[in-house]
Design a protein around this ligand. Structure first.
Ligand code: GTB
Length: 217
């Protein structure tokens, strides 16, 4: 059964694939599962139809027959459990890969997302200039720790996994900043992931949608 995911009708990141639907697109491309995309506007996200898919009125969501899921991490885990390629077969290695999924979402994403929010929504606040370096130092703490773990390995724990997929989509929120470049092994890690054919297909698909609808809002 072909799953349907939801994504922004008008990508606020102008085609950079920073919204969390990219996680789902990329995961589906990695496992070779075709999918359809339902593009929804900001107002549609808060209407009953979409609130039935996600009570928080956000994207992405995932529909597969009667199954309706929200939360990008849960969706990627579901895809990884239903297909080969994103989680190792060995039980302990699989548990470690799932640990990295949680680490990406619960430990690394919060400081990075707080910085993103500050840049997008708080630039006009009188305390913004004072707060931003504090937020950036919190990001540096996590990047330093992650960089220390990764060392010169290609991926976080053996073969590429759903843990890497979630970690890279989180680190990409720093692509426009100099922060990632302070940790050359992390910058190379993100570049290595972005070079994967599945990432490129997912990126090009969402970019094509952006170009097709640019200026239509
Ligand atoms: N925890 C949920 C998940 O992982 O699925 C969070 C979902 C979420 O935040 N969705 C956002 C949304 O629907 C889109 S991705 N927002 C509308 C709303 O809440 O009303 C958010 C996003 C967009 C762009 C960047 N960026 O440019 O760095 C980062 C994150």
């Amino acid at each position: 059964m072909t799953p349907t995911i939801t994504a922004f009708a008008q990508s606020p990141d102008r085609g950079k694939a920073l919204a969390r639907d990219m996680r789902i697109r990329w995961a589906l491309e990695e496992v070779g599962q075709p999918y359809t995309v339902r593009r929804i506007s900001f107002s549609e996200m808060k209407e009953p139809g979409h609130l039935g898919r996600n009570p928080f009125g956000q994207i992405p969501t995932y529909e597969e027959g009667d199954l309706v899921l929200f939360e990008s991490g849960a969706i990627v885990l579901h895809i990884a459990e239903c297909h080969r390629g994103l989680l190792p077969d060995d039980a302990q290695a699989r548990a470690r890969a799932i640990t990295w999924m949680f680490a990406a979402l619960n430990t690394v994403e919060p400081p990075i997302f707080n910085r993103t929010i500050a840049l997008v929504m708080e630039r006009d606040k009188p305390w913004h200039e004072e707060r931003l370096p504090i937020l950036e130092d919190r990001v540096r703490v996590r990047l330093g720790e992650l960089s220390g773990h990764l060392g010169d390995a290609d991926w976080l724990d053996g073969a590429f996994s759903a843990g890497d997929l979630l970690m890279v989509t989180t680190l990409r929120w720093l692509s426009a900043s100099k922060l990632l470049g302070e940790y050359p092994n992390l910058a190379a890690y993100v570049a290595r992931a972005e070079a994967r054919p599945a990432f490129k297909r997912a990126f090009e698909d969402q970019l094509a949608v952006f170009h097709a609808h640019a200026g239509a809002a």
